[in-house]
Design a protein around this ligand. Structure first.
Ligand SMILES: Nc1ncnc2c1ncn2[C@@H]1O[C@H](COP(=O)(O)OP(=O)(O)OP(=O)(O)O)[C@@H](O)[C@H]1O
Ligand SMILES: [Mg+2]
Length: 309
């Protein structure tokens, strides 16, 4: 793993008497609305993931909260002392690579700087060659640029299994790899699903359209499971930008029914997320006490460390 000459900060665990969501086993549809409180659903059948783990964060719908989920979960895991890598598998111009800071080693000449696209086109490269340090201790990043689209249009040999090949190498010191997929179900997203143990599906809590779109994602997950990755599972559905409303409650109930073995986690809304992005920071460091940060912290705990604080 490339270490950095840049300054790194240690992300600390949350402390104090904070307003974490309750953990329940079923989405509550019985309680009268004015008494109802959103909670994280952890079904009795759910088992946290052993490490090391590869997780694809997917929803073909744009703006569902994939990138926010990848970054905030990664920060929560880093605060727990885990080593985390985010792979930016989104060829859009406004992807995480544009605003998350990362460091190319000073010794690396500009012409040798690599990104995810190179991994697909240059079989001699390793994942380490495209992984860079970030300002946060324990967080590593595989950047991408809009030329990643070439992977979709040219589909170099072995596209579907490229990430799986590189991520199934014996221990490289990374505990969790989170793949931030772009909107779409093309070869890059399929490649992420083939490489992953788990899928996390962020869904905009206030959007009925996102729920409908989930059907197409489910078909893709089904096909990948059948043909290329039988053990793939949907570990969690994250209800992003969550505000208590009748609609959000209904959407949560529908998703909990559709994914009875998955965690269903509200990630409460925060208007400062945009300001954090402008400051090129995760919300976790920009506003550590925000409820959204607490929700992703709880998610990290439930999904990766078996519920231990
Ligand atoms: N909990 C939240 N509270 C408020 N805003 C949020 C929350 N989560 C996400 N958002 C906002 O929703 C928008 C879309 O989020 P994000 O970029 O994470 O989605 P995405 O699924 O990665 O989009 P794309 O498909 O374009 O990659 C962003 O402006 C983000 O700041
Ligand atoms: Mg995104």
């Amino acid at each position: 793993m490339r270490e950095t000459q840049g300054e790194t900060v240690q992300v600390t665990p949350l402390s104090g008497d904070l307003a974490f969501l309750d953990i329940v086993t079923e989405w509550d549809i019985e309680t009268a609305y004015h008494h109802w409180r959103a909670a994280a659903v952890v079904p009795p059948t759910f088992l946290p993931a052993p490490l090391p783990r590869v997780v694809a964060i997917c929803n073909q719908k744009g703006g569902a909260g994939k990138t926010t989920t990848a970054l905030e979960l990664a920060m929560a895991l880093v605060a727990r002392g885990l080593r985390v890598r985010i792979i930016d598998a989104d060829p859009q111009e406004a992807s995480l690579s544009v605003w998350l800071r990362f460091f190319y080693p000073e010794s690396l000449p500009e012409g040798s700087r690599r990104n995810l696209m190179h991994l697909y086109f240059q079989p001699e490269l390793t994942l380490e060659d495209v992984t860079y340090a970030t300002p946060y201790e324990g967080l590593y990043f595989v950047p991408s640029f809009p030329d990643l689209e070439d992977v979709e249009s040219k589909q170099p040999t072995g596209t579907e299994t490229t990430l799986q090949y590189h991520l199934s190498k014996p221990d490289d010191g990374i505990d969790v790899t989170l793949i931030d997929c772009g909107p779409g179900l093309g070869p890059l997203t399929v490649s992420a699903l083939v490489a992953a143990h788990d899928v996390i599906i962020p869904v905009q809590a206030g959007s009925g359209l996102d729920v409908r779109g989930a059907a197409a994602l489910n078909r893709t997950i089904g096909t990948v499971k059948q043909r290329l990755n039988p053990d793939l599972r949907v570990a969690a559905v994250i209800l992003t930008d969550f505000e208590k409303s009748t609609l959000a409650r209904q959407i949560g109930a529908r998703l909990a029914r559709a994914y009875p073995d998955s965690v269903v986690l509200p990630a409460r809304t925060n208007i400062r997320i945009g300001a954090a992005q402008l400051a090129r920071q995760p919300l976790r460091t920009f506003e550590p006490g925000a409820t959204t940060v607490l929700d992703y912290d709880l998610g990290a705990r439930i999904l990766f460390t078996g519920g231990q604080a």
